[in-house]
Design a protein around this ligand. Sequence first.
Ligand SMILES: [Fe+2]
Length: 301
Amino acid sequence: MAGLTAAGMAATGIIPSVEAAAWDRKSKELFGPRQKGHFTLLQLTSVTDTIGNSYILQTKGGKVIVIDGGFATEQDNLRARIAAVGNHVDLWFITHPHQDHMGAFNEILKDRRGMTIDKLIYSRVPDEFLDREPVNAADARSYYKTIDSVTEGIDILDLHTTGGRFDIDGIGIMVLGVANPELTMNPYNNQSMIIRFWDDTKSVVILGDAGIECGNKCLAKYGEQLNCDYMQMAHHGQNGCSESFYKAVKFRVCLWPTPSWVWEPAPQHTHLKTRDTRRWMDEKGIQEHHASCVEKDWFLA
Ligand SMILES: [Fe+2]
């Protein structure tokens, strides 16, 4: 946690002020001096009530960072939202090569319609790995082909090491997870990047679609550096990280990039485990939730 995280938690009575003060000191050890900048965060709602991750972060100085962007079918809405903040993206993160994360981005790259993008950070999965999920391999290869062919003018960072820190306009960014090709179960989801953002008052961790193994690997390496105010629930809030992961990491607010049919699964959809995750959060004492299907285009100021 960074900045006022602990103080904010103390103010809400979630943790006692003595513990908050101790955590503020710990936070300084883990993340350095308090960041000077400030960001807003928009969690986009799917216009078609489909699954997907889509976030737009904007710094006080006007820098724009996009995380994923949803399916190709979300591109018009995403374009409009980016246009509304200047039609320029300073940094775009794509967590992993599933359509519901890179689909809109893939289409925008091919036809930017005036949008400019300075930098892309992603973590490429080896080509031979893609066949571990045959139903998604063609889409992933199409996305990589786009990156290889129509990204002129974009600085591309294919990141394969964790722990790297960026400071953009006073915003702290730390990459805690990159592709894990040794994790062959739940293959694409376990390649998700995990990214921490923090400013002078709050911190957000993006888990992407991290599966159990991906989450546990990150937890084993980074432990308390996963603690945050706002946690994006892995894999749209179900069948993502484990209960033990969520028990081990401290956070106070859940962000759910979740369509209505996953948020409240129909009785016959027993494969959707959202209710389990929601129960874990209740048992953890989380009282603040923001689901993209419930709060349209939720905005964190
Ligand atoms: Fe997803």
